[in-house]
Every structure is written in C-alpha cells, then in structure tokens.
Ligand binder design. Sequence first.
Ligand code: ME8
Length: 640
Amino acid sequence: MTRPFYVTTPIYYVNARPHLGHAYTTIVADVATRFHAMLGENVFFLTGTDEHGDKVVRAAKKENMTPRVYVDTISRLFRDLWPELGVNNSAFIRTTDPDHMAVVEQVLQKIYDAGDIYFAEYEGQYCFGCERFYTDRELVDGKCPDHETEPETIKESNYFFKMSRYQDWLIEHIRSNPDFIRPERYKNEALAFLNEPLEDLCISRPKARLKWGITLPFDSNYVTYVWFDALLNYVSALGYPDGERYQTYWPVVQHIVAKDILKPHGIYWPIMLKAAGIPIYRHLNVHGYWNVEQSKMSKSLGNVVEPLELKNIYGLDAFRFFLIRDMTFGLDSNFSEAALIQRINSDLANDLGNLFSRVLSMVHKYRQGIVPEVEAAVEKECELGLEADARDAIAEYEKLMTSFQFHNALRAVWKFISRMNKYVDVTAPWELAKKKSSRKPLDVVLYNLLEGLRIISGLVYPVMPDTAAKMQKHLGQNPKSLFYLIEHLKIWKALKPGTELPKSIVLFPRVEPGSKKTDTVAKTETSGLPSDSKPEITIEQFSAVDLRVATVVQAEAIPRAKKVLKLEVDLGHKRIVVAGIAEQYTPEELIGKQVIVVANLKPAKLMGIVSNGMLVAAVDESGPTLATLDKPVKNGTPLR
Ligand code: ME8
C-alpha cells in the first residue's frame, strides 16, 4: 500500500490580508507535499482559515461588515492566493464550516464528560490581539511581546480545561520522542514552559461578550474560545472520527507553524488530543519569523510584505526559491529585496540558468540538438565521477528534505550544479569539438551533462515546479509524466539517445539591482560614512560575499604574465586562483601560506586560465599585501 503523508499549516486568522509570513509557511507545506509525492507517497495537504473570536468581530466592525460577510471576504483572499503561489493544497478548511463546528462540539462534550473541563471565575491580563490571557512573567515591560500593547484586566466566569493533569505525561512524551517538536531549540523551549506549573486553559467566552463562536454543547450561554475551536481543524478536516481520510492520514500527521504558536501547538494541542483519546501527532515543525528591519513582519506592526507583488515582479519560481533557500528552517530571517535579487542573479541566473543554456546550446551546436549515443569504451574515462556525485546529491537531498532542512537540501542541489559547471570547464567540450578523434568523448560529455540536468530538473521540482517542467520539456521529456519521482531520478542514463531537443531558453533573466522595486520594502537611511568609502550595505549584502580560509598548495609563474601567479589553493577542496601578486611574492614563499579567498566570485578567465575566486589583500601604492590570519585555521572556514 502507498505510504500516506499528511501536512498542515496553521489556519490563518481572517482579521487581515495574507502576507509574506503566511506565504512562507504555506509554500513550505507545498514543498514538503511535492517532495513526498516525489517519493511516491499518497499526500494530503491542509490549510485554511480561523474565523471565530473577538479579533474577527472587531475587524469586521471596522470594515462596516457583518462577521459573516467579512470572514467570507477575507477567507476568499487566502483561498485564492494559494494557486497564484503555486500551492497545491488538497483541502481548505474554515472554522465556520458546519462539519468542523460539529466536531468541536463532539470533542468538547467528550472531554467534559470525562471530567477534564470545569467552571470557575478568573481574573487576568488579556491581550485582545492574541486573544489570550498573559501571566505577568510573559509580559515584557507590562506589554504583550507580540503586539507591544498593554493588556486589559478582565474578570469573568468561564470553563477551563484541566491541562495541569497532563503536565507530567507531556514532559515524558516530549522526552521520549526526540523529534516530536523540531528543530531541537523549540523542543527545549516547550520543555522550558513545562518546567513551571501549567495553568489550566480558559476555553470559553460568555455570549454576553462574544457571540461569534461555537456554542458549548453543555452550556448554551457560552461559546468556545479560540484554540479549542482552531486546533481541532486538523482532525475535523479529515472527517474525524469515522472518515476514511482520518483513518489514513491522521496517524502520519506533521504540523508546520511559526514559533509564535509553539505553545498552543506544542502544549495545548497534545494535551487536548490525549484528553480526547485521539492519537498524538507525529511531528511539530517550527520555523522562525520573517522580519523586516529586525521586527517581526505582522499586520499589527504594519510592516507587511505582499507576496503577490513579489511574485509579479520577480516570477513565481524565483520567489519560492528565495523563501526556501534564504530562511534556515527554524531561525529568523530578515527580508530584503536586495537579498532576493542577489539570489536570483547568482543561484538562478548564473549557476542554474547558465548551466542549462550552455549545455543545450552545445548540444545544438555540436550535435544538431539530438541526444547523443554513449559508447561504453569511452564512457568511463569521460565520466569523471559525475554519476557518483549525482547519486550523492540525490541521497543527501532526500535525507535533508525528509527532515525539514529545505535550505540545506537546496544547497546540496547547488553543490551538484556547481559540480556540473566544473565538469563543463574540465572537459571543455569546445576543445573536443575541434578534433575529429574526440567525437565519441564529446558524445559522452554532452550526454552526461544532459543527464545531470534531468536529475536537477527533478530535484528542483518541489520548490520550482514550473522551472522543472520547462527544463523537462527542453530535455525532450513529457513534463506531465512522473519525471520527478525520486526512483526515476536515481536511474542514471534514463535519457533516450536520438531524442530531438527544443532550442535552449533563458530560465531566469538577470535582475539589475535597483531596476525593480516593490513599495513594501523600507529604505535604509544613509549613515555618516567617510566620503571615499563605498555605499552603505546591509548585513545580508555583506554576508552574500563568501570569504573562506585557504592554504596555498601550489604556486607558479605564468609565462609572459609578469604580474600574475597561478595558485592552487585548498579551501576544503582544491581550486585554481589567479592572483596579481607576482611582483610582491615569489611562488616559493606562498606555498603553505594561509590566505583569505572570495570563494563565490564568478569564475573569470585571466591570462587564459579560469580563476575560481580571488585573494583578499590590502592594496596601497606598493601593491597588494595579502590578508592572513593570526593563527592557523581549518581550510574552508568562513569569515564573518
Ligand atoms: O496564529 N514570519 O493565525 P495567524 C513567518 N489562527 N511566519 C509568519 C509570520 C512571520 N512574520 N507571520 C505569520 C494564528 N506567519 C491562528 C492559528 S492554528 C490551529 C491557528 C505565519 O494568522 C506562521 O505560520 O496569526 C504563523 O504561525 C502563522 O502565520 C500565524 O497566523
């Protein structure tokens, strides 16, 4: 039987329009789903909207709408956005769906009957933005840490859920299932909450104060309060308790949320499940915040970035790639359009796009666009380990994608792309094309490059489905076929010799910095830098420069070039760098020296040699003086 996979996003509040933060979580869920489809699994992906509560009533009032009309309007914005962002969700749940409301009533009654819900008076500090009470300890300078507003003191009689009863069970559950909450920092955060006595959870609101909710089945003067309604969407959408989908998918569920709702998902939800006799979810995957200028992007702070605007300017796949590649899943990331442009130009236009058009152009130039035959006799000598590298890349990618390390999975793909680019440089097909005797080696080289591209097209599929399909088409494959299945990618030499390929296209046009801009990105103010310095840059722009420690292992003069030396440097792997330091250093004195290399500089041909990087030096009237370190460091160590 096919293995099931079930992933959920939070259901988003309908008190404002969707922004980049919502887009990120939902695209991550889409990427995870597409990846599991690559594994041949039976996937189900749920997203939706959270539509009850004071917040929504207040937002509706502001717009002069009834809550009903208001939630329909905003929920539609979310629902319609997802296909625009290439998101292929299996279902869209709304907490105002009658089926969902019936499940909430049923579960409430079950827990009430079991004696885990009681009635009591409560007075506390209430944040309307979060729709929850805060303890004094949780407030920062007396304010809600998320909304930066002072909470109001509220006193009322309500129903409470006896969470305290399950505290020890939950601690034990988290400890004995190390991957239950991941990455680890959030597991530790959840355990830290549980170090303190757990307060019982208020689950109701008197109808006198709030009508827009689900009436408690055991007291019609009350409606249920936000989390008890919202969290149950994950089971109600599957037809809990008897639905076939519930039987199939619930046992494998994985939730995705940002750290703002770690507590409800990491603490309230497993306890609710336990109390209701529902099996506990498998994994809670928690990511960080997209910040703008170090503040969380949120509707209440008014600094939101519009996902559609970015998609329209930069293209869907480039936008999706940026989100997944730039954020380390679990950590915060600062959004900047400059970083987005940098990614498009370097990773997409340069690395992937150039490789693709270079290879296809050569197949057209040297073989009239026909996939060449590979002759076994020359295959081995021309292969140079490319097949093994492709297999390693697939294995690494699979491991990282499965464990929600999407950014690292893309790094593994880009490592292979860079390997392919090196393969082009080393085999130099244009040289092979000059000699009649090299006909067969050239066939093998071109075939291997096409095969590598086929694998890359599959690996980028979850993040960039349109690009994957375009690449497939140009590799003579039917994009509608299941080309992305990982089993298929693992077959080396799947391309059929003799296939005619369409002419190459530009996959990702370069973006000139400053040529396009959204209105949503804040401008940085200029500082008082000295007038001879370069323009101010952001930390992201600086971190785009990959500086690495390297040791010079070989150095030699280049005939007829008085100023430059050809160096072989070791930065974890070896590469050639051409440096203009021959008048200041002899080859002998350089060997064994540790230097700093700009490792991600676009390769350039100097004196007929391709230089892969640049040495960092102080340059004055006497010429360059190499920058070194004051004690030995492992080769490849990055500088920050
Ligand atoms: O909390 N960076 O809804 P919500 C990254 N209805 N992700 C962000 C983000 C940011 N700056 N801002 C929002 C709710 N998100 C409840 C959930 S679930 C049963 C009920 C994303 O509209 C992220 O996924 O406030 C975060 O957890 C979620 O939106 C919060 O959405």
